[in-house]
Write a protein that binds this ligand. Structure first.
Ligand SMILES: Cc1cc2nc3c(=O)[nH]c(=O)nc-3n(C[C@H](O)[C@H](O)[C@H](O)COP(=O)(O)O)c2cc1C
Length: 190
């Protein structure tokens, strides 16, 4: 049984990211494919812009915020990125949080939950795939894309349609399957 960490990427005041993140967290808990489910808010993590002097692959971290972030990501067997689309890409805080670490991401599956306007954040999701695969993460094919996300939010709650819930459950099922296999690969790593 695996530990799933759901990372809410947007950090700006008035963001909708935590609403989407809370919805995915609830579905992940109901899914029962994960022993532990944790919602991680990048606004609360509060990383400054990357300020480590050494390449992250060395793991030679000089700041406590990096060691804390490293410990949180290391404890994950699977991840979900809940990510907005900003200017046809994903938000800078997510890239910053990814860049801080290296081995901590290796051979971990990631599910992408994107949102935005008409594109449903799919351009942001596509952009992050080339970054996470460089870090040997495995993005699962099943993904959630929420177009016109504000139309699905009322009273600070997401009210998903059947397509969204179906996509979320399919993504979580695939994440759990791939996580099982990759756990062995991480253990075998020299
Ligand atoms: C700086 C900025 C750029 C944006 N660019 C896009 C975009 O390229 N495509 C899109 O669909 N929505 C875009 N939007 C709309 C966002 O998807 C929408 O505001 C969403 O709520 C942002 O997520 P957040 O509230 O969690 O920050 C942009 C919003 C901001 C603040």
């Amino acid at each position: 049984m695996t530990t799933l960490k759901i990372i809410t990427a947007s950090t700006r005041p008035g963001r909708v990211g935590p609403v989407v993140g809370t919805w995915i967290e609830q579905r992940a808990r109901a899914h029962q494919g994960f022993a532990t489910v944790e919602l991680v808010d990048l606004a609360e993590v509060g990383l400054p812009f990357m300020n480590e002097p050494h390449h992250p692959s060395l793991g030679d971290y000089t700041h406590q915020h990096t060691r804390d972030w490293s410990a949180r990501v290391s404890a994950a067997d699977a991840l979900v990125f809940v990510m907005p689309e900003y200017n046809n890409g994903y938000n800078a805080e997510l890239k910053n949080a990814i860049d801080y670490l290296h081995h901590e991401w290796h051979y971990k599956p990631v599910g992408l939950v994107s949102y935005g306007g008409i594109s449903g954040g799919t351009r942001a999701a596509q952009a992050v795939r080339q970054v996470v695969t460089t870090l040997r993460m495995v993005p699962v094919a099943e993904a959630v894309a929420i177009p016109f996300v504000h139309r699905f939010i009322d009273n600070a709650e997401l009210h998903p349609n059947a397509l969204m819930t179906g996509a979320a459950d399919a993504m979580l099922t695939e994440l759990a399957r791939v996580a099982d296999v990759l756990t062995g690969l991480r253990a075998a790593r020299v």
